[in-house]
Design a protein around this ligand. Sequence first.
Ligand code: GDD
Ligand code: MN
Length: 359
Amino acid sequence: MSGRELSVIVPVFNEAPNVGPMVAALEGALAGIDWEVIFVDDNSPDGTAGKVHDLAQRDSRIRLIVRVADRGLAKSAIQGMLSGNGDVLVVMDGDGQHEPEIIRRLMQPLVDGTADVATASRNLQEKQIATSLSRRRVYLSQFGNLLCRMVLRRRLSDPLTGFFAIDRERFIQLADRLGDPGFKVLMDILSADRTLRVQEVPFAFGARSQGESKLDLFVAWQLLMFLVSRLTAGLIPARFVSFAAVGLSGVAVHLVLLMLFLSAAATFPVAQALAATGAATSNFAFNNLLTFRDQRLRGWAIIPGLLKFLLVSSAGLFANVAIATLTLNHLTDYVILAALVGIAMDTVWKYVMSSRLVW
Ligand code: GDD
Ligand code: MN
């Protein structure tokens, strides 16, 4: 019943033209190793799964997982790793940017028993990055690395790399502690289990063979929220951090509107209620784009979504206005302070209810 030596997990989205070359490259690089490759496809519209299926019919080392319910690089990687048979699991990109030749070097410390995780690090070869990444990507990546190092409290040169190996046993033990860190599954793994021994292997990040990168500012946002969540030792979920950050932007909207309505001679309760409605609409829009992007409402579904969100908010709103008014009448003369107390009260309520009813 002993499994294979190696499972290569390749999350893919719209990589149909890259699948064949990838398998050929693995074949060349892994001669003599008992390996399998698992492509995890999020139901790509370009027929990636069909390409993998064709290859899998001829070669049992090639496996396919298709996910239809949601999308996500990290979730795909985790799902693939959970179904790997190999003693060593390697996660890598399917677009030709990660060279299969590196796999042997990633496996070595795990096979030797000197590490539990081996990462392919771009930053050990500084000059290579500049050639394959845009300047903006380089800065984003350096900033991300800095944040990650602070959170992990480990001296890793490239904690954001998407190319790494992990001992299957260790992974299975920590798997139920993983969250959804977007692109950054390695970060999640390392922060879920701080006893993992890590070794870095230098490599050159190649250029994409075909298609385009899916890394955008949203991914950076997800990472930031995830890191803040980890700073609270995971007590506060990343999604709530995002919800609260959006709520904070709503506070600004709220206060501006409040001042506008007050200066237009509205009474405080009326101005507070109108300002909260405006802020709720703005919050809905940002939460739809950021916090619940994976379950994003589009087209006509936005209308009932907004109405439900406003309905959920209005219950909170009622308490919000009442408490803010009471605070203003009895505790303080500061309008802003009273408004903030009201807002704080309904944030948690809104989060709990809207994640159940709206998204
Ligand atoms: N299943 C699935 N679902 N796969 C995905 C998804 C998704 O939502 N998004 C991207 N992928 C696949 C791509 O098809 C590719 O094989 C791999 O994940 C990497 O995606 P890219 O879009 O090419 O990412 P990148 O090249 O910009 O980013 C790489 O470098 C980052 C560091 O700068 C990746 O290796 C990241 O993991 C890494 O953090
Ligand atoms: Mn890529």
